[in-house]
Design a binder for this molecule. Sequence first.
Ligand code: SF4
Length: 450
Amino acid sequence: MAPKKACLITFGCQMNEYDSGRLADLLTAAGWTMTDSRDTADFIFFNTCSIREKAAQRLLNHVEQVRSLKKKKPGLIIGVGGCVAEQEGEKLLTDAPWLDLVVGPQHLPTIPDLLEKLTAKTETGRAATGSGRRPAWSRENLAELGRDDGSRTEAGGLIGFVTIMQGCNNYCTYCVVPYLRGPELSRGAGDIIDEVKRLIDNGVKDLTLLGQNVNSYGLGQSGEPTFPELLEKVAATGIERLRFTTSHPKDFPPELVRLFGSLGPLCEGLHLPVQSGSDKVLKDMRRVYTRDSYLRLVDDLRTQCPGLSLTTDIIVGFPGETEKDFEDTVSLLDTVGYDAMFSFKYSDRPQTRSAAFENKVPEEEKGRRLTYLQTRQKDITLAKNAAHVGQVLEVLVERESDRYENQLTGRARNFKLIHFDGSPELIGRTVPVRVEEAWGASLRGVRAEK
Ligand code: SF4
């Protein structure tokens, strides 16, 4: 019998991308193949994000679009996961009776089993987990996560991701994560190190430690190392490259700053979300740091590691954001000189405190500010990329280029994407490449001598 096909459709943040990748691995292990085609799929899964306004309604529109496929293929299973599934729970099954499966983020590992049950019709059609109330998240869950699905790989197994903690205690006023993913809970360092060693044995060279707020790893959990200590332990496994995301600027002690440029595998690239350049908006967002303390941290990092590449997240149009507040954000962008920025228009999300704030910025004005900011950042990114022309970067070769014949694509330690002429036997090796040209999203170079 031909293997069944699953089509995973992902909305939202990096955690969702990561979760979808994890699900793809689990399904592949259970004998499924992945497809991009909804028409030929036996299982269509929407991994949702509730960051946008009316996320549940948008989801139902998407689900409605695939409903007709059930007539052509009666065995088709349609499922919903992610934050909207967690928030809406069984209500989704009422609103969309043709849905088969609703699964909160923590229950992802149960999907292959649920599919087996649905396929074998041992249940009469429909299953719902994560029923709107977040299930208790226990240390045992994390141990389980560590053994079965706390890691995944990309780029033919060269790039690995390991979850080191879940949840968040920060309650930024615009964010639902603490409500959906629960309080911070760190995974045991022993489990993490075992997982990293296993990934290295399987060929992983570039490893990212993942969590909602990784640099508060271990805080409040006796017996676990601090995050800087954990980084040192992971570096000692022999991993070639080491990264982490996402970091909160308030949890960045000097011991962590000192590791950049001194801990060999720790790469010269850091995502440090600032969200706004205005002290008033930062206070309203409950970000706990100020513009000045953030800029001091950036200075310390660059003193310690001059070539550090920095990226950030910014929300424009937060309730009460004035033109002056927005200008403070623009000037912060100019001052820091980020290599890339991920920017969003503010939108209300259920359960968050900011949803009740007054002085909402009109949609049109939010759009204007976003366009202005993105245009400004485009120029900054191009200038940052152009500064690499003439430099030799160490490139981990990931694959043949999708766009250019006889070219390879890889990443430098600072995460810049780089294309250069070369033959496929270089894939998996780290080679020096001289940068000759800079574009907005990548670099082009030629192989250089050691
Ligand atoms: S730090 Fe703030 S924005 Fe990030 S996950 Fe926690 S509450 Fe959300």
